[in-house]
Design a protein around this ligand. Structure first.
Ligand code: BTN
Length: 269
């Protein structure tokens, strides 16, 4: 079950063999290095790549994170990949997609027996208070409906300490597992759970997944504050996510809806 540094490269045929009934839904490409799996897959998508195209890279030289941050990862210590999915309709039907993706990642990790995985609005994957992984969803309108490039980075082992300060310090699977899951099995499970969640999302949006997401939301029903940049914008009780993915905050003025582009969520103090 244990991976070694030498075997970190994903073998598309081996991955396909682990996908079971979902195998026909994915076209896997594995690269030793690229700038960003999401940027590269976005280019492929614009040229007509099919839904289910999966690009996984050992090393990204310019991995992108949310809010214009970079995403650093080392080959043997992380799993970094992007998945292309296509949806009917316009952008409004994709509200809450990144939360749905977080749920799929949490389910896949649970299916690989990773203990203690939690989600934090809008789309952080947490483990014991640290950040185990991140999700970046790029949306574009395609020739027929919308396309989403879903980029995911997961820490298998802790990255080297940098001088950056994080709200959530990095966390890694190696902190809670004596034996890391095999990289191919983990990626296959992620694809299986992503396909199931994305199908459900296409049927009825985040509303169908909201209960499961909230069950894993680490700050559900807790007092929180919302920051707009460095400024405390609002405080209240976190009621979870609405059916379009907006954060629901119980304040003195009533229940307010907040969108992820505007604010970030903190505990009081
Ligand atoms: C975050 O900031 O929390 C989101 C990080 C998302 C990183 C992943 S790694 C694979 C994919 N390619 C990228 O350039 N970014 C995403």
């Amino acid at each position: 079950m244990n991976d070694s540094a030498a075997s970190c490269r994903i073998d598309p045929l081996r991955l396909q063999s682990l996908l079971g009934q979902a195998a026909g839904r994915f076209a896997v490409e594995a690269l030793p290095e690229c700038v960003s799996t999401s940027s590269q897959l976005l280019e492929h998508a614009r040229q007509g790549a099919p839904a289910g195209s999966l690009l996984v890279a050992d090393r990204q030289t310019g991995g992108r994170g949310r809010r214009g941050r970079s995403w650093l990862s080392t080959p043997e210590d992380s799993l970094t990949f992007s998945l292309l999915w296509r949806f009917d309709g316009g952008v409004a039907r994709l509200a809450g997609l990144s939360l749905a993706v977080g749920l799929a990642v949490a389910r896949a990790l649970e299916n690989c027996r990773v203990p203690g995985v939690g989600l934090k609005w809008p789309n952080d994957i947490l483990l014991g208070g640290g950040k185990l992984g991140g999700i970046l969803v790029d949306l574009e309108s395609g020739t027929d409906g919308m396309l989403a490039v879903i980029g995911i980075g997961l820490n298998l082992r802790l990255p080297p300490a940098g001088d950056e300060e994080f709200l959530h310090p990095p966390a890694a699977l190696a902190q809670v597992m004596a034996y890391l899951p095999d990289r191919h099995q983990l990626l296959a499970q992620l694809m299986i759970d992503l396909a199931a969640v994305l199908d459900r999302f296409a049927d009825g949006g985040f509303a169908l997944l909201r209960g499961d997401w909230q069950a894993r939301h680490v700050w559900q029903n807790r007092p929180v504050r919302l920051l707009d940049g460095e400024r405390v914008d609002r405080t209240g009780l976190c009621l979870g996510a609405d059916s379009d993915g907006a954060l629901l905050l119980q304040t003195d003025a009533g229940v307010e809806r907040c969108f992820s582009g505007d604010v970030s969520l903190r505990l009081p103090g």
